[in-house]
Design a protein around this ligand. Structure first.
Ligand SMILES: Nc1ncnc2c1ncn2[C@@H]1O[C@H](COP(=O)(O)OP(=O)(O)OP(=O)(O)O)[C@@H](O)[C@H]1O
Length: 362
């Protein structure tokens, strides 16, 4: 029998305060080898502080950090087998690309020949083998970021810690670099811990997402679970557009429950409840409905149907974003097929499958 793999990174009960502000509030986290984990959340929620604590640039008040099974809590950054990649590249301006990447190998005690070979391999990996002689100011933003990645990978770290590395790039380049970064992670098989406040970036790149709020991790799961089964309104609203419908639980019967509001009533599976804990009759809940689940069609039996006058219609090629106002004053967003949608001022009737609703305890 093979022994279970050690986590690449483990954070145990880490607390870090700045004055009276708890930037990290008792966070524990275990990341398996080869995983692309993203720390996602709004500005100030503690993403960078957590990443820097793993890297060793910040000393926590309590708790511990293990890398590859070894406790590194008391080690300085350069003694930890991880490397950080920043938004502003941090390349040495007076060195060539080869020298910058070679600098990353220096601590390994490689022979000159082995080091040259490693630099060649890394420049090939980031697809810039021809630019070794250039200096950083002779490179584009995307090229600089690739060289920074090659340099960070040079000492063969257990993990790369990436703090908003694509934040300085324009949108087109950013999308291209997202694909490249993900492909680099697959090719190297390394554990990447990536920080961003951009939910689309997190969704498209990550194996796992940790959604952070006020210094703690609110939910850690696969992107599709975070999106379709958020444990709180905070998570559900942060990771994508959401219609929030307040309602009351009217009855619970076996695997089904009935919810009502002034404008609708529906029978939903009890498994739609995504917040921990059970629901009971009389309880206030919020139904989270993604715009793409609101389609113009006849409702299924027991399903939910909503109607209202179209106030805005944004044409997006094969899809249309429709905002419609219900009679009880809700403003809802549907992402519907272009051929199905009414014009501004007309009535739009939408239905959704009961399984697509996430029910959150208010
Ligand atoms: N050196 C410091 N001294 C005092 N407060 C700090 C320090 N570093 C961070 N903080 C505070 O700790 C909290 C968490 O900061 P952190 O930089 O980790 O957030 P973040 O989620 O990475 O935000 P951003 O996306 O804006 O970088 C913030 O309220 C911030 O103001």
């Amino acid at each position: 029998m093979t022994a279970p793999l050690q986590p690449a990174i483990e954070v145990r009960n880490v607390v870090k305060s700045f004055g009276s502000m708890r930037a990290i509030d008792d966070v524990s986290l275990s990341v398996a080898p080869g995983v692309f984990l993203t720390l996602l959340g709004p500005s100030g929620c503690g993403k960078s502080t957590l990443l820097r604590t793993i890297a060793g640039f910040i000393t926590s008040d309590s708790g511990s950090v293990l890398i590859g099974g070894r406790d590194v809590t008391s080690l300085p950054p350069n003694a930890r087998p991880v490397n950080m990649v920043f938004q502003d590249y941090a390349l040495f301006p007076h060195m060539t690309v080869r020298e910058n990447v070679g600098f990353g190998c220096e601590m390994q005690g490689l022979s000159r020949q082995a080091r040259e070979k490693r630099v060649d391999d890394l420049l090939n990996l980031v697809q810039l083998p021809q630019l070794g002689h250039r200096r950083p100011d002779e490179l584009s933003g995307g090229q600089r970021q690739r060289i920074a990645l090659a340099r960070a990978l040079a000492p063969d770290p257990v993990s790369l810690l990436l703090d908003e590395p694509l934040g300085a790039l324009d949108l087109k380049l950013r999308l291209e670099m997202q694909r490249e970064l993900k492909s680099l992670q697959r090719k190297t098989g390394k554990t990447f811990v990536f920080v961003t406040h951009d939910q689309e970036e997190a969704m498209s790149m990550s194996d796992l997402i940790a959604v952070m709020r006020d210094g703690h991790i609110e939910q850690l799961d696969r992107p599709e679970v975070i999106y379709s089964r958020p444990v709180s309104l905070y998570v559900g609203s942060f990771v994508g557009a959401a219609n929030l419908l307040e309602a009351t639980v009217d009855g619970v019967d076996g695997e089904q429950m009935r919810v009502v509001s002034r404008a609708f009533q529906a029978v939903l599976p009890r498994s739609s409840v995504t917040t921990p804990g059970d629901v009971t009759p009389g309880m206030a809940v919020t139904l989270l409905v993604r715009p793409e689940h609101l389609q113009a069609s006849t409702p299924a039996a027991g399903g939910l149907s909503l109607a209202g006058r179209v106030s805005e219609r944004t044409y997006l090629g094969n899809r249309v974003h429709v905002r419609f106002e219900t009679e009880d004053g809700r403003s809802l967003l549907a992402d519907a097929r272009a051929e199905d949608v009414a014009e501004v001022g007309e009535v739009f009737k939408a239905a959704l499958r009961p399984e697509s609703v996430a029910v959150l305890r208010s």
